[in-house]
Ligand binder design. Sequence first.
Ligand code: NAD
Length: 450
Amino acid sequence: MDLSRREVVKGAGALAAVAAVSNMSFVAGKAFAADGDKPLRIGIIGCGGRGTGAVGDLLSSSENVVLTVMGDIDEAPLNSSYNSLKGWEAKGKFAVKAENKFVGYDAIQKVCSHPEVDLVIQTTPPGLRYLTLRAAVENGKHSFVEKPVCVDAFTYDHVRASGKMAEEKGLGIVCGLQYRRENSYKAAIQKVWDGAIGEVVSAQSYYQSSIPWITKGYGVKQGWTQDDMDYQLRNWLSFTWLSGDCITEQDIHSLDAIVWALKGPPTKAYANGGRQEPIRSGVGDGFDSFAVDYTFKNLQGNEIQVAFYGRQIPGADGKNFNRIVGTKGYMDFFPNPGNSRALMFEHGNPKPVWSTDDIAKHNPYQTEHAENIAAIRAGKPLNDIPWVSDSSLACVIGRESAYSGQVLKWKPFVDSKFRIGTDKLASGKAELGVKGVRVPGQYKVPGYVK
Ligand SMILES: NC(=O)c1ccc[n+]([C@@H]2O[C@H](COP(=O)([O-])OP(=O)(O)OC[C@H]3O[C@@H](n4cnc5c(N)ncnc54)[C@H](O)[C@@H]3O)[C@@H](O)[C@H]2O)c1
């Protein structure tokens, strides 16, 4: 169920390493452009599980690339990531000097403005993505950003503005929603667009799984409490302003396929949700269950309902699946990175009439980097921000509807510009826009006008 997180993270593992790259020329302030001879220098901010995996995937996917700079809020993940990636030295793809390892609150700026970096891998908690992306773009760096890219209406606007700035500067931004780059998914979505199942009339989407992790003790031993910024950054999955909650952080993999197939975000959300205290043990402010009745416009502009179910409850039955239903038939999606399948059925016929089983398999976690780098080298950088920001906020509007118990409409939701986090990243109590477990019927989305 949680394959994406577990597998991907270890991506780089086994490779051997080599000679440091010495002939790196760089014009400060200018984007790395179409020059096949020049090594593309990679920096990473957020050296946890996925960040380490993403660097390994990038280095595996492309030639003439080298990791030069690393940063994290904490020394332990940085050192562990450094040790695991060092094996690439023998291939000339790892050249991180001691002075290019940055730890602490200023690591984001240090990595994103570093003169020996052309592309920044951004794998900090999602609530900080708007900061890393803006810092990278302002400093003329290309980006690989993990999903999701925003956690509220404020960060949605912010990353979209950065996306526009990147376009003007000729910078690439590719996002880590790997199914977007998996050939089987692409073929199935194209079938839906081509009308193979008829006009889409409804869809069902699921991401029912366990909890990736809750760290109940980490930080406490240093004397921090849950209200401390230092604690929250290290236990970010449990805090909505950092993770977006599980419906955004994890379930985006399912909901994105719906947004993709319907070529746009929902117009409305009406949701239920809650949290089981015995499981969460009083940690953080997230829910563990969401059920959302989304309204979308289909490709013909007609309103349809999409039912979404997501939860992170250990021991409960899992389900990670999407069904898109049309007037003629339906398309079922079975996500499994590198081995995803889609099957198409006609109504009343239990045998699939089409499938993706003959489509050649590949590793989409590598394809996303290969495509990013090829486009940069070709001088035609990709920019995923318009769609990944919509998919991220599609999750957020479902979450906020569950938190508040209100029906929420897309336009006033975006216009609310509501913000749950803070720019003030510093030790001490976290000064957040919204705090505590939200109570449906009592909590209201700040700034939302019906
Ligand atoms: N595409 C996928 O399948 C997939 C899988 C797993 C994770 N992810 C995404 O990748 C991102 C990272 O997830 P992860 O599982 O690697 O988490 P992680 O906790 O292992 O890594 C996050 C790292 O960010 C660091 N960090 C926190 N605050 C920071 C700050 N202010 N400055 C610098 N570093 C800071 C943490 O110390 C940690 O090392 C998330 O957005 C997650 O949703 C994507």
